[in-house]
Design a protein around this ligand. Structure first.
Ligand code: DAH
Length: 355
């Protein structure tokens, strides 16, 4: 048997054994590499007598093609097998239900701020904002709060510098000043936001929320104030009737000043707003003091009006039956998933943890 026939038989047999890609590549090199068995046969061509050369070359080419085709076929076969195995292993079952996507919740305080803003917007109030870091003038002086007023005591106020010129606003009332200094009357605004006092117990947190209201125009009187607050409380608590009382009080920036209580009763451990013989304080208010108007260049003989300040956290607790104020600021997701609100436009299947 000629050399090339031997090579052919030996390697056809080898290629039909169980092979992996590495072994096939090894065979390819053995045959067709630089010093491969077949490559060497081609190098011999010149030495073969002329009369045999043609036949030899033709046989060699046939054998070369046969081996190369078989190698290519085997490689393809192995690659196909590997792909199929991989597909089998990594199969995705698209009939499985989707995994829930964790979705955040709207904090009750944010929800209540939205509700308050929309109620007041409907009766013509626009929404203003002011910074949490205020100056002493806007927070106190311009609001007719004299130097010796207890609200200025270090005990209540977080001052930010030694001269006590910068502070964390202790109420939202400075937004009244900012609004009136920036524009000309009439004014009809509310200003919700964060407020700070150095005070912490079961019903007080050092950071809390208020909404300020201010309505200044010609001939605005206390009747307007009462009507406005009565409307707001009824809308907010979603009741038709509300028992309300105005108790005389004192704020430096209003004259006269009042605190407003609303009636409630406790039925089966639940607070029912609007009826009953118990009273709950919800806000402070009054007619804006002429000195405040003068401080912002508004003529008190021409323009008058009312202002009010409402504690938002308290309202949220009352409306949604939350009895510990501190839970608002604990950042506990389990609490939020119970008391938080879903955004209106989220499909239920995306609510994930909230279900
Ligand atoms: N700023 C007051 C406070 O934090 C609340 C308040 C009372 C605001 C009367 C007002 C008002 O605008 O007229 O206690």
């Amino acid at each position: 048997m000629s050399d090339i026939k031997k090579i052919k038989d030996e390697y056809l047999a080898k290629l039909n054994e169980q092979l992996d890609l590495n072994l096939i590549n090894q065979i390819k090199t053995d045959l067709f590499g630089k010093n491969g068995l077949i490559s060497n046969q081609f190098k011999q061509l010149g030495k073969i007598p002329e009369e045999e050369r043609k036949k030899f070359a033709s046989d060699l080419n046939i054998i070369k093609d046969e081996l190369q085709n078989l190698i290519a076929f085997k490689i393809e076969e192995i690659e196909k097998k590997e792909i199929n195995q991989k597909l089998e292993k990594e199969k995705i079952d698209i009939t499985l239900p989707e995994r829930p996507v964790p979705q955040g919740k709207i904090h009750p305080v944010s929800q209540v701020i939205d509700e308050i803003s929309s109620i007041f917007s409907e009766i013509g109030f626009s929404i203003e904002e002011g910074p949490d870091v205020e100056n002493e003038y806007n927070n106190f002086t311009a609001l007719n709060t004299p130097d010796n007023h207890p609200a200025r005591d270090m005990h209540d106020t977080f001052y930010l510098d030694e001269k006590k010129e910068l502070l964390l606003r202790t109420h939202t009332s400075p937004v009244q000043i900012r609004t009136m200094l920036n524009d000309k009357p009439p004014f009809k605004i509310i200003a919700p936001g964060r407020t700070y006092r150095s005070d912490s117990d079961q019903t007080h947190a050092p950071m809390f929320h208020q909404v300020e209201g201010l309505h200044i125009d010609k001939n605005i009187n206390m009747g307007h104030l009462k009507g406005c607050l009565n409307y707001f409380i009824k809308e907010f608590f979603e009741v038709d009737k509300i028992k309300m009382r105005f108790r005389p009080s004192h704020f430096p920036f209003t004259e006269p000043s009042a605190e407003v209580d609303i009636g409630y009763e406790v039925k089966n451990g639940k607070i029912i707003i609007g009826e009953g013989d118990k009273w709950l304080e919800v806000l402070g208010c009054g007619m804006v003091h002429p000195n405040v108007l003068k401080n912002v260049n508004v003529n008190p003989d021409e323009f008058q009006g009312y202002a009010f300040g409402i504690g938002i956290d308290r309202l949220a607790m009352l409306k949604y039956g939350i009895n510990d104020l501190r839970a608002f600021f604990d950042c506990d997701y389990r609490w939020l998933s119970q008391f938080g609100f879903d955004p209106i436009d989220v499909p239920s299947s995306y609510r994930g943890l909230s279900r």
